[in-house]
Structure formats: C-alpha cells, structure tokens
Write a protein that binds this ligand. Structure first.
Ligand SMILES: NC(=O)c1ccc[n+]([C@@H]2O[C@H](COP(=O)([O-])OP(=O)(O)OC[C@H]3O[C@@H](n4cnc5c(N)ncnc54)[C@H](O)[C@@H]3O)[C@@H](O)[C@H]2O)c1
Length: 268
C-alpha cells in the first residue's frame, strides 16, 4: 500500500459514498485529510470515523458550486496543516432521472454548477496553492537531485457517463464529459510544474446516489446490475483504492488520463 505520511489530502464530498471511502483510505495510509462537504452532519461523521482509527482529519463546510467557499476551504486547509499535496474533486449530484425534454433549465444549471463548477473551482484553488510550495515527500528516480518548482496530484471524479451517453441523464452525462475535458486540459497546462491530474470514471457504485437511482422504478437495480459484466456494483473502497494509486509516487509518469472502473462494461 502506498504511504502518504506527511501529506495533506483535500477531499470534496467526503461525507458519503466514494468521497468518504477515499478520505478514510488516505487517512489509513498516513495522510492528514480535509473532509469538505456541504452536509455538516455526514462530514463530521467521516472525521469522527477517521479519528477513532487514530487518523488526523478536519471537517470544512463547503459548497463546491461557490468559488469563494472552495477558495476559503483550501486557505483553511493550509492554515491548519501547512500545505496541500492532494486534491480530490469528488462532490457531485445525480440530478433528475428523465429524458432531455423533461429536464428544466434549473435542473441543467444546478448540475453544471455543482458537477463542473465544483471541479473547475476546486482545481483552481488547489493548483494555485500547489504552485506556491515545493514538492513533498519521496521523489521518483528520475527526479532525484533536481529541484522541483512545485508539486501536487489531483484526481477528479467523472463517471462512465462521462465516456458514453446515459439515457435519462443528459445533464449528468454532459457534466461528467466536461470533467474529463477539464482534467486533460489542466494536466497539460501544469505538467511542467509537476502537478499530475487524472480522473476516475466509475460505473454504478454503492452509495446514496445509486440508492436514489434504484428507487426510481421497480426492477431498476436488476437492470443496472445486468449492464455490468462482473454482475455487481462497485464498492466505494474499490474506487478509493484506484484514486490512491493515481496519487502515489509509484505512478509518477501518469497524467491527463481518465480511467474506467466499470466491472468490464466498456471493454465490449
Ligand atoms: N455512485 C456511483 O454509482 C457513481 C458512479 C460514477 C460517478 N459517481 C460520482 O462519484 C461522486 C461521489 O458520488 P457518490 O456516489 O459517492 O454519492 P453520494 O451522494 O453518496 O456522495 C456525494 C457527496 O457529495 C456531497 N455534495 C453534494 N453536493 C455538494 C456540494 N455542492 N458541495 C459540497 N459537497 C456536496 C454530498 O453531501 C455527499 O456527501 C460524484 O461526483 C458522482 O457523480 C458516482
């Protein structure tokens, strides 16, 4: 398992599901973790869970759709822990389940504000901070002895709906395609500053969001399961482990990628 001792990870939407599993996994691997979420109660629960296992975590209330709030959260992170090594832009909403013509301008705008705005503003705040600091921790063999001007790793949470269409979820699918565009572009813009930026694209994964989708129609869960060659949903910790791998030093040559965690769905 990768070691993130002395590193500081900032995880949005860490009060639930994939974000919570990621925050817990980073803490178990030695990182100090900021749990940023719009939901106070669930965010504080994640922090309590980490602290009970002997980890170090801080809750910051934050709506990722608001640039000022995410900037303030990153400032508070640095004021508390001194630096920021890892940014995980995970917070997202599933939106309304319905065809294109059933989606209102309000549905569309809210989706874009949270799912794209959260990643865009998140990366701005994180990269701005990362550019001010020297690289932390172990350096790869190729970098030994070289002074690196900055350093950091970012993972944005897209979706399988970010690489293919999702009937009944046009705004969601559009927002997740945009997350990949943001990821690739930012990765190219900051590659020489030693900031690696990647995305994960999970298929259905056990979480509140998927429970809501399952409840939209009888037989829905079975239909969703059948779409996945492995015949099951993902577990939040399976996505978390891929995120940790993307952020690990052993993965130093990997940037601008969107990896699909889909039980084989897109292989066919
Ligand atoms: N669960 C899946 O099947 C699945 C599949 C692909 C991608 N994803 C993506 O994974 C990410 C996490 O989803 P999840 O399944 O764990 O869902 P979840 O609903 O369990 O967790 C989402 C978290 O984000 C927080 N959040 C929502 N809006 C926010 C805002 N404006 N500001 C700050 N926090 C906010 C919520 O409070 C919650 O804690 C999302 O971006 C989602 O689109 C999920």
């Amino acid at each position: 398992m990768a070691d993130f001792t002395n590193q500081v990870a900032f995880v949005t939407g860490a009060g639930s599901g994939i974000g919570r599993a990621t925050a817990v996994a980073f803490a178990n691997a030695g990182a100090r973790v900021v749990v940023a979420d719009i939901n106070d109660a669930s965010g504080r629960d994640t922090v309590e869970q980490i602290q009970k296992s002997g980890g170090d975590a801080l809750f910051i209330a934050c709506n990722v759709a608001e640039s000022a709030q995410i900037n303030a959260a990153v400032h508070q992170t640095v004021a508390t822990y001194g630096r920021l090594d890892i940014g995980i832009n995970n917070a997202g909403i599933g939106g309304k389940f319905g065809r294109l013509l059933d989606q209102t301008p309000e549905d569309f705008n809210q989706m874009m504000a949270v799912n794209i705005g959260g990643v865009f503003y998140g990366m701005q705040a994180q990269i701005r901070q990362m550019l001010t600091q020297k690289e932390n921790g172990h350096q790869s063999e190729n970098n030994v002895g070289k002074v690196r001007p900055a350093g950091g790793r970012i993972v944005n949470v897209s979706s399988i709906a970010g690489v293919r269409g999702m009937p009944m979820g046009a705004p969601y699918s559009a927002s997740k395609h945009a997350v990949i565009g943001l990821t690739k572009t930012a990765a190219l813009e900051y590659v020489r500053q030693n900031i690696r930026i990647n995305a994960v694209c999970p298929v259905y994964t056990h979480s509140t969001m998927v429970d809501e989708l399952i409840s939209t129609a009888p037989g829905m869960e079975e239909r969703m399961r059948k779409m996945i060659p492995m015949g099951r949903f993902g577990q939040p910790d399976e996505i978390a482990q891929a995120i940790l791998w993307l952020c690990s030093d052993g993965n130093a040559f990997f940037t601008g990628q969107a990896i699909q965690l889909d039980g084989g769905m897109t292989a066919g």
